[in-house]
Write a protein that binds this ligand. Structure first.
Ligand code: ADP
Length: 475
């Protein structure tokens, strides 16, 4: 597709220079245009910032239709579209509109009948697939387009799709003998870092931005709406032009914030994942995840919004185990904004350790909440040490409750119980020399959630050995 000459080759070269001011095409751009201009259905997997837009749009009269627009404005565009001398060559439309607007479909019908429906482009095509992390039912309805307009080539584009998502999208859209372009997803201009999250996370973020990206533009992804508001407020106090953005705001408010950000009147947006789809700002210098993202695909796409112009940009992720619990809880409760069960979580092997977790908390209780974590682990794993026998803990009914686990697995559970606040460590001076020792206590108000089933602890065990060990032991 790249070496052959087509009728439009000269015009293509000229337009790339004149309209876009580019010296050359980026990988696959020319190939995609040639394939689609030759009438083929095409599926493109290209990283964010790779230059997908150039393969289907140019400096030509365009309009857009969405349910967020004033009704009169929508009417005006529809009227123009159905006139014989319609001035628009390109119409941007939401999938919701395609599904719901009979007027629009009638217009497309007549354009098709005149053989003037040159191309259908579906950007963010991964949203068509239920296997993807961003499934939207209205996207699936777009399959109707190929049924109604079989002779019009369809171009599907995405920056994120596994092989099965791609297959699913091609099927659902009814693409025929589709040509697939895919390329490396390495983004050398992005620098990734993962940092343990402490209580001073926002101060850290403030320092990071002031040091590395002062007065530059960025996005901070937060887990909840309240987090967005809190983080934005703190950053404002630190002197940044920051604002928040989430699904509870009304559409006009959201559009206003997005516009201010696009025009650099605001530098930093603290947002849930509701922010991002279709964001095209080339100079986003940092994407910070204040909390763990909900799936690896989501993370990739959110980070992908940084550095589209090819300039050096930062992606920073703050990790804490308690955020992991929050994400898990939100997913199981279905409270994740704009996202069904993310495939990253669905497909991974999570082993529910609920029983063992509860048992470990029970051991702390049964032994009277006055022993160290290492003693609790000994009792839990069935040790018969002198110390265990001295306190008759070998006679407890839960002695050895966790005997199937290795020492490191058992202590991992205990560590998580402490990080997530189910158990608390009470640190004391243990002797006259002032050396410190700690005893474990149960945080009753939190731990009762474990018994009620209101909160579960789940851990991922990497090896299949462990998985079979767990199933043998009936967990
Ligand atoms: P995508 O849609 O794949 O995320 P865009 O189409 O927004 O990426 O392009 C990202 C940036 O790259 C834009 O700033 C665009 O102007 C620039 N760009 C695209 N194609 C080229 C090219 N051939 N040469 C130079 N810059 C390009």
């Amino acid at each position: 597709w790249s070496s052959r000459d087509f009728l439009w080759t000269k015009k293509l070269e000229d337009n790339n220079k004149k309209v876009f001011g580019n010296h050359s095409f980026r990988p696959n751009q020319r190939e995609v245009i040639n394939a689609t201009m030759s009438g083929h259905d095409v599926f493109v997997l290209m990283p964010t910032g790779g230059g997908k837009s150039l393969t289907y749009q140019a400096n030509i009269p365009a309009a857009y239709l969405s349910a967020n627009m004033e009704w009169t404005e929508q009417q005006e565009i529809l009227r123009e579209l159905s006139s014989d001398y319609c001035k628009y060559k390109l119409l941007y439309v939401t999938p919701e509109k395609v599904a719901k607007s009979d007027v629009l479909l009638r217009h497309l019908d007549s354009t098709y009948a005149r053989e003037s429906l040159a191309r259908i482009v579906i950007d963010e095509a991964h949203c068509v697939s239920q296997w993807g992390h961003d499934f939207r039912p209205d996207y699936q309805g777009l399959g109707i387009l190929k049924q109604k307009f079989p002779n019009t080539p369809v171009l599907g584009l995405t920056a994120t799709a596994t092989a099965s998502v791609k297959e699913d999208v091609v099927q659902a859209l009814g693409l025929v003998n589709c040509i697939v372009f895919r390329q490396s997803f390495n983004r050398p201009n992005l620098c990734y870092s993962v940092i343990p999250k402490t209580k001073k996370c926002v101060e850290d973020i403030d320092g990071f931005i002031k040091k590395n990206h002062f007065d530059e533009c960025g996005i901070i992804y937060c887990l909840s709406r309240m987090d967005c508001e809190k983080v934005a407020e703190k950053l404002q106090e630190c002197g940044h032009k920051a604002a928040f953005y989430h699904g509870s705001m009304d559409p006009a408010q959201r559009a206003f914030i997005q516009k201010q950000w696009s025009k650099d009147e605001i530098n930093i947006i603290c947002a849930t994942v509701a922010f991002g789809m279709g964001i095209n700002k080339p100079d986003v210098r940092f994407v910070i995840h204040h909390s763990l993202p909900k799936s690896i695909e989501g993370y990739h796409q959110e980070c992908g919004r940084a550095g589209r112009d090819g300039q050096h940009s930062s992606c920073v992720l703050y990790y804490s185990y308690s955020d992991y619990i929050r994400v898990q809880h939100m997913i199981t409760q279905g409270a994740v904004e704009q996202s069904p069960m993310p495939s990253g979580y669905k497909n991974q092997l999570f082993v529910n350790l609920w029983n063992w977790t509860i048992l470990q908390v029970e051991v702390v209780k049964l032994t009277g909440q006055q022993f160290s974590s290492s003693h609790i682990l000994e009792v839990y794993r069935g040790s018969l040490s002198q110390f265990v026998k001295k306190h008759k803990h070998n006679t407890l009914k839960l002695h050895g409750a966790g005997k199937h686990l290795t020492k490191s697995e058992a202590s991992r559970i205990l560590h998580h119980l402490v990080v997530a606040d189910f158990l608390v460590e009470d640190v004391k001076k243990s002797d006259i020399y002032g050396s410190l020792s700690s005893i474990l206590k149960v945080n009753e108000s939190k731990a009762c959630l474990l018994w009620s089933g209101g909160q579960k602890i789940t851990l991922r065990f990497p090896s299949s050995d462990n998985a079979s060990k767990l199933s043998k032991s009936g967990v």
